[in-house]
Ligand binder design. Structure first.
Ligand code: G3P
Ligand code: CA
Length: 293
């Protein structure tokens, strides 16, 4: 699926809760020293604390249950994943829902663009019926972000991807408000927000600077030492495609003051090279592959 890049988004709607004012995103960069110190205090459980790599269950344990469903997230917790990864978008009526594609066609029994469907319309869809055969997961709904946050509260961290921000005006604002309303911005909840869209990452950072943020990278040219220094000015993580991982990249990432989670492990063979490279986290459809390595 081709990803649309490079949009700037629009000004966000006024929030229900007190958030940082926008408009200083580019200039603000990584923020003041005080903000940086605050974020460091609030960073999620890290490899160094765990004494091992951080296991992040991609779209839940998507190798074993339908991606981005409560069944997949529950399974990820059962498999002792340190974090779950999910994709968040806005319904037509502005609710934060958990689904990867910009349409519902691939993962549900419906059709249409997520942004064109109301929450009520999305919730009628079956997000489990297309997973494998046998219908074991039929009837799984598209989750609300709040449902996943509540499931993970006290049990696992959550790596939240701002998905298709160019299609969802106000996505960052809505997420920042919901995280604040959930009371899960503290370090014990291990929340990280990431996106492929640099401007989206910066917008979110400007709204809720205490939450660590990451830039997803699918183009190796974004991983030069110069680019890493630029990324470190507004993010805490750089999270590239696993094929780019190497010891020297990890050293460069760490030298720039960033951490690195790589995606997406779907084979057992893919694990050891990432461990050898020294990455901080592994994002995987199969959390058991990491535990067994
Ligand atoms: O978290 C990394 C990974 O989710 C990025 O790719 O397409 O699975 O959202 P994608
Ligand atoms: Ca994702």
């Amino acid at each position: 699926m081709a990803e649309v890049r490079g949009h700037e988004g629009r000004a966000h709607e006024p929030g229900q809760v007190q958030l940082q004012e926008q408009g200083q995103v580019q200039e603000q960069g990584h923020g003041s020293e005080l903000e940086q110190a605050h974020r460091q205090e609030h960073e999620p459980a890290q490899k160094q604390e765990l004494g091992r790599v951080v296991t992040v269950a991609h779209r839940g344990a998507a190798g074993y249950a339908p991606e981005n469903t409560m069944a997949a997230f529950r399974l990820a917790l059962d498999m002792n994943a340190d974090m779950v990864e999910l994709d968040v978008q806005l319904s037509k009526d502005g609710e934060l829902v958990v689904i990867h594609d910009d349409t519902v066609d691939r993962t549900t029994d419906g059709t249409g663009r997520v942004a064109d469907l109301t929450l009520a319309e999305l919730r009628k869809l079956d997000a489990g019926c297309r997973f494998q055969e046998g219908g074991r997961y039929a009837g799984e709904a598209i989750p609300l972000l709040t449902e996943v946050l509540e499931l993970c509260r006290g049990k696992a961290g959550v790596l939240i991807e701002l998905k298709w921000p160019e299609l969802h005006q106000g996505l960052e604002q809505a997420l920042a408000e919901q995280l604040q309303a959930s009371g899960m911005c503290g370090p014990e909840h291990h929340i990280i927000v990431q996106s492929f869209d640099e401007e989206s990452v910066k917008r979110f950072r400007s709204l809720l600077p205490e939450i660590p943020v990451g830039l997803l990278v699918e183009d190796e040219s974004e991983l030069t030492a110069e680019k890493l220094t630029e990324t470190a000015a507004f993010a805490d993580y750089v999270n590239p495609y696993l094929g780019f991982a190497s010891k020297s990249l990890v050293e460069a990432v760490h030298a720039a003051g960033l951490r690195i989670f790589c995606w997406t492990v779907r084979t057992r063979e893919a694990v050891q090279p990432l461990l050898d490279a020294g990455v901080d986290g592994i994002i995987t459809d199969n959390p058991d592959y990491i535990a067994e390595s």
